[in-house]
Design a protein around this ligand. Structure first.
Ligand SMILES: Cc1cc2nc3c(=O)[nH]c(=O)nc-3n(C[C@H](O)[C@H](O)[C@H](O)COP(=O)(O)O)c2cc1C
Length: 211
């Protein structure tokens, strides 16, 4: 299996990268292929008005590597990792634009939209958050946004790992061990049991198998 981590931080060697690399290490130790991509390397432009910038074939004309990122990396991955710092109580702009621009590639006017939609769905997803502040409200907006996004596209989101730190790599000193937890999550990414019941969901009374 291939695990792709998308790092939304503006800086290299930071806390989001530290958590993402730890998760990928765990996945790698479990035998999976891994890749880490900095969104700032592939996204240089905001979403524009698609009516003005689609070409005659319906493709996005913003030529900054985003389409390649989606078609040749995201769609081909078997699991996706979203790593973001908290910026003003939300996701980083890098991650937000990544999400916004999916609008163009999932639109029926885009010639690859069916492949993109199918390539987003059904995958395990992990959320890694780096923040300076530890109170729960600081990360709630991000958790809510990614929960709704992954629900909409059909990904199975595991509980997030939040690392507290500010200076580069400081999450490694967080006593709640987010680096270890990210690594452990990476090792069992394909064994996730993400559940979201409805009243008519047929299910056993126990969550985990006994014995
Ligand atoms: C533009 C900006 C906004 C930030 N806003 C918040 C915030 O609202 N709450 C918070 O806890 N930390 C905030 N921080 C701190 C970062 O979330 C924190 O330093 C994080 O560990 C950085 O991750 P990185 O090393 O991956 O860049 C902000 C940092 C920047 C640069």
């Amino acid at each position: 299996m291939k695990v792709l981590a998308l790092c939304g931080s503006a800086r290299r060697g930071g806390n989001s990268e530290t958590l993402a690399r730890a998760l990928l290490d765990g996945a790698s130790q479990a035998g999976h292929d891994t890749e880490l991509i900095f969104l700032s390397d592939r996204i240089k432009e905001l979403l524009a008005d698609c009516r003005s910038c689609r070409d005659a074939d319906g493709r996005c004309t913003i030529d900054d590597g985003y389409e390649d990122l989606i078609l040749n990396h995201v769609v081909k991955a078997d699991a996706l990792v979203y790593a973001t710092p908290v910026y003003w109580y939300g996701v980083s702009g890098q991650l937000k634009v990544f999400l916004d621009r999916l609008f163009c590639l999932t639109s029926t006017e885009h010639p690859d939209s069916e492949r993109v939609i199918a390539g987003l769905a059904g995958k395990p997803a992990a959320l890694l958050i780096s923040a300076e502040e530890s109170y729960p409200g600081a990360t709630l907006g991000i958790i809510h946004e990614l929960q709704e996004f992954t629900r909409y596209v059909g990904q199975k989101l595991e509980a997030p790992v939040v690392g507290i730190g500010n200076s580069r790599g400081e999450v490694g000193r967080d006593p709640q061990s987010p680096v270890d937890r990210a690594m452990e999550l990476g090792s069992r990414l394909f064994d996730l049991r993400a559940t979201d019941y409805r009243i008519d969901t047929v299910r056993p009374s126990a969550v985990w198998p006994s014995g």
